[in-house]
Ligand binder design. Structure first.
Ligand SMILES: NC(=O)C1=CN([C@@H]2O[C@H](COP(=O)(O)OP(=O)(O)OC[C@H]3O[C@@H](n4cnc5c(N)ncnc54)[C@H](O)[C@@H]3O)[C@@H](O)[C@H]2O)C=CC1
Ligand SMILES: O=C(O)CCC(=O)C(=O)O
Length: 428
């Protein structure tokens, strides 16, 4: 059974929320225009030799949305559906995400149109190295720092670091995060996004006075983010009754044994297809289950105005970027669903990426309990701030998160612009 996702334009979803927050903040038109548009959009074309000896051309993107708060930061996606509008939206969300959590980075995102599942490891390495070479003037520890996203992981980040270092003639670890430990990666980065999602989920459950051990959850997507979210929530006693990946969705009202499922997934070429102890359901059914928490952890626009009315969960934790489109916001609000927005819910990844970048820059190596404690502190503070602002302005947590982020970025951007416009020396 395949899972078809009807795509809206994710960039439009970003703009819709941006405008609501900008109206509340009474943001000046020129700063609005500046913050809506990316600072830079780069399209690269390159070819590599495939394992069968033929040449194939690939198109890749890097969009730098904003650098007011620091070097731009954001993952690289390998997927056949990657397109410039999607990368623009993802880059902007990175700006808002870092601003909400107080991470001193701007926002960027990259992508290559390809299907990583049909490419060999050596082909993926050649693609990553060619893309890095094409963007060697853009990336840099103080300029633009990539990381993993859908379809990429520590292998790709290691190749990127190595290629960038070759181009520049010295080892530069801090150019990218999400690397393997032996390439200068950080403890805790692989599982950081899922750990963050679990921290935020527990805070949301507490807000609704639901005990974790009495709660149920359904998780869409069983990749890096979905798998780790499932594992950490399972460990806290949450009953995970449904999971899906691109190949299959299934349901078990008694709760799925997540460690056993992970074992199955690892032995079955990283898919959950065919897992025995459950009942297969249609992909979309997972979104409409009567659970306490729904965690979309796959892609954008899975909940739109077409299906939002069918959602029965009390809480949606946006583990993916942009899983709820803007046209579904009002419907979910009307149904009293608590939606914790992506720019807070999945910020665990960029937070530990920031720790990795710091460790690389300071030539330090932090312990895991230090990393997890700092991550928890940052996310708890982010959560409290978002809910405080939500109450203050009587807006949804999403709009509150945008208000916090826009205010911070707009103020910094304005200060920088005033400095640029200031008369320099009077010429005699
Ligand atoms: N990797 C990271 O650190 C971060 C990722 N994210 C976001 O989380 C989401 C997932 O990313 P990753 O887990 O890294 O990607 P991944 O490539 O590791 O996993 C994606 C998962 O989604 C599944 N999937 C794809 N289409 C599906 C569909 N139609 N129905 C059900 N499952 C489907 C895939 O089979 C796979 O299990 C993306 O939106 C990404 O931007 C956000 C923050 C950080
Ligand atoms: O770890 C990072 O720097 C960014 C991760 C990412 O792409 C995201 O949060 O969407």
């Amino acid at each position: 059974m395949s899972a078809e996702i009807i795509k809206q334009n994710p960039f439009q979803s970003m703009i819709d929320r941006f405008n609501i927050a900008a109206d509340i903040l009474k943001l000046d038109e020129s700063i609005r225009q500046k913050l809506q548009r990316p600072e830079k959009q780069i399209v690269v074309n390159f070819s590599i030799t495939l394992d069968n000896g033929s040449e194939q051309n690939f198109e890749g993107y890097r969009v730098i949305h904003n650098t007011a708060l620091g070097p731009s930061k954001g993952g690289i996606r390998y997927d056949n559906a990657v397109n410039l509008d999607e990368v623009k939206a993802l880059a902007a969300w990175m700006t808002w995400k870092s601003a909400v959590t107080g991470i001193p980075f701007g926002g960027a995102k990259g992508g290559i149109i390809c299907d990583p599942k049909t490419l060999s490891k050596t082909e993926l390495e050649r693609i990553t190295r060619a893309y890095t070479k094409a963007l060697a003037d853009i990336f840099g520890p103080e300029k633009d720092v990539p990381a993993p996203d859908m379809g990429t992981g520590p292998d790709e980040m290691g190749w990127l670091m190595d290629e960038f270092s070759l181009v520049h003639g010295k080892t530069i670890h801090a150019v990218v995060t999400g690397k393997h430990l032996h390439s200068g990666g950080s403890l805790g980065r692989v599982e950081a996004t899922g750990r963050g999602v679990s921290i935020i989920t527990l805070l949301a459950l507490e807000k609704l006075k639901i005990r974790p051990a009495r709660s149920t959850a359904a998780i869409q997507g069983f990749g890096n983010v979905g798998l780790h979210s499932a594992l950490f929530l399972y460990e806290k006693g949450v009953k995970i009754v449904a999971v899906s990946d691109v190949s299959e969705a299934f349901f078990n009202p008694d709760g799925i044994n997540i460690p056993e499922l992970i074992l199955y997934y690892n032995l079955n070429n990283k898919t959950i297809k065919g897992y025995p102890n459950s009942v297969a359901i249609k992909h979309e059914e997972l979104l409409f289950l009567d659970v306490d928490v729904l965690i979309p952890a796959a892609k954008e626009d899975v909940i739109t105005k077409k299906n939002a009315n069918d959602v029965r969960a009390k809480i949606i934790i946006e583990a993916a970027n942009g899983p709820v489109s803007s046209d579904a916001d009002e419907i979910l609000q009307g149904k009293n669903v608590l939606v914790v927005p992506d720019i807070l819910a999945n910020a665990g990844g960029v937070t530990v990426s920031y720790f990795e970048w710091l460790q690389n820059s300071l030539l330090e190596s932090w312990r895991i309990h230090q990393i997890n404690k700092r991550l928890e502190d940052i996310l708890e503070k982010g959560f409290e701030t978002v809910f405080r602002v939500s109450a203050k302005y009587d807006v949804s947590p999403r709009i509150a998160a945008y208000i916090i982020a826009l205010k911070k970025v707009a103020e910094t951007q304005s200060v920088k612009e005033v400095a640029l416009e200031a008369p320099k020396f009077k010429q005699n």
